[in-house]
Design a binder for this molecule. Structure first.
Ligand code: NZQ
Ligand code: ZN
Length: 382
């Protein structure tokens, strides 16, 4: 196992009516900025529950944070936060709103060009404290330090990470997921699945806790996938907690990590506006095929332990596990080929160009996924 420091101080308030406990975790006597998205929280009752809880709080709101949160929108929230002298940020929504809130929290305290945060996370030396009420289980953003921001005019989707923007608390009520469209539920399962894979399917370092914990989350997601569209509390509760743990930092501590599927996927969102999880379901099967030699030991472990493939032939077991992975995404209702999204072969060069301009030229746990490998992966995804 590799050395690591593990510390995840986000307080999780989980379960039915969890929003009613907001008062227990929200710091008192702070001026709060509530950030939310396009209005789903007004339709499903979350906004009403929230305003009930904020009766004694001095707060203002900013809405309209898009899926794949836009830099220019977030900068408008930064302006409001500065004018209103905001002391705490409360994100209410899916990963995009939570990520957007993290960027706003950091940008308020950055002198000079806030866009630079997305090129160099180390310039974030502090942030306005924040917490979240999560409405979409998928990204894990609710307890982690990552944020992904879209700059559409530059066709760039970029991430930053900082301990300063880890939410102080995350309120997780599985019942708020009942209003989610089927597409977002499928996306949630796929995104969480790929988060685990990016931290698990590399090379063995004898990290027994991380491996078996990762395998259990993958098996849970495989079990939950076919049921996820049912309005069932136990299913939604388990989806929510699996998705949180998929990217809370625990399974990634002390192990090599990949993230090339995400980096290639982000370019597809930047270019074509595809949902984040959809890009992952397209890229991952081809990435695994292309990196078979490098990932061989873990791929075999994945085949045996996660998919229960016991055939003697190791190569056949690995092939079957990759096929089953793609079938799993398809059974969720996600189209895993670029052509099914009306994207043509010019995507190869476009993705390659974006990776190159962002310096993403040595991805993966060995730095072996270069631009030409990424091009081959995109070509194979047609
Ligand atoms: O904007 P509203 O009206 O709220 O609607 C949203 C949005 O249209 C809707 N929604 C959310 N909760 C709902 C709901 N609709 C009905 N009922 C509810 N309870 O769902 C739509 C999608 O929301 P979004 O927040 O975009 O989805 P998701 O949570 O999948 O977040 C995706 C973003 O997170 C980033 C992605 O790149 C993408 O930008 N990621 C963040 C990560 C992190 N911070 O660690 C890791 C991930 O790999 C990912 O990159
Ligand atoms: Zn993801």
């Amino acid at each position: 196992m590799q050395n690591f420091i593990y510390h995840n101080p986000t307080k999780v308030v989980f379960g039915k009516a969890a929003i009613s406990k907001l008062g227990k975790v929200l710091p008192s006597n702070k001026k709060v900025l509530v950030l939310y998205g396009g209005g789903s929280i007004k339709k499903n009752g979350v906004y009403d529950q929230l305003t009930e809880q904020l009766k004694e709080t001095h707060w203002v709101e900013f809405s309209g944070i898009e899926a794949n949160p836009e830099y220019t929108t977030l900068m408008r929230a930064v302006e409001l936060a500065k004018t209103e002298q905001i002391e705490f940020i409360l994100a209410v929504g899916g990963g995009s709103v939570v990520d957007g809130a993290k960027f706003v929290a950091a940008a308020i305290n950055v002198e000079g060009d806030a866009e630079e945060i997305l090129n160099d996370s180390s310039i974030v030396k502090s942030a306005v404290p924040m917490g979240c009420i999560l409405t979409l289980p998928a990204t894990g953003s609710e307890t982690n330090t990552a944020s992904v921001v879209n700059i559409s005019e530059k066709q760039a989707k970029k991430a930053f990470m900082s301990e300063h923007v880890r939410p102080q608390f995350a309120i997780l009520d599985p019942e708020v997921t009942y209003s989610l469209p089927d597409r977002q539920l499928a996306n949630g399962v796929a995104d969480a699945f790929v988060h685990v894979v990016e931290q698990y399917l590399t090379y063995p370092v004898n990290a027994m806790v991380q491996d078996r914990f990762a395998e259990s989350i993958l098996q849970n997601l495989i079990e939950l996938g076919p049921k996820v569209k049912e309005t069932d509390y136990e299913v939604r509760a388990n989806l929510m907690w699996n998705a949180t743990q998929a990217l809370s930092g625990l399974i990634g501590a002390g192990v090599p990590q990949d993230w090339s599927t995400h980096m290639i996927g982000h370019q597809l969102t930047a270019l074509y506006g595809l949902d984040h999880a959809v890009t992952l379901a397209i890229v991952l099967p081809r990435l695994l095929k292309s990196q078979q030699p490098e990932k061989r030991d873990k791929l075999l472990q994945y085949a045996r332990r996660v998919w229960g493939i016991s055939s003697e032939d190791e190569n056949a077991a690995i092939e079957k596990a990759i096929t089953k992975t793609e079938e799993f995404f398809r059974e969720l209702g996600i189209k895993t080929k670029l052509s099914e999204h009306d994207i043509d072969a010019t995507a190869e060069d476009k993705v390659a160009h974006l990776l190159e301009t962002q310096g993403l030229t040595a991805l993966g746990e060995h730095g072996k996924v270069d631009v030409s490998t990424a091009k081959q992966i995109i070509a194979a995804s047609m």
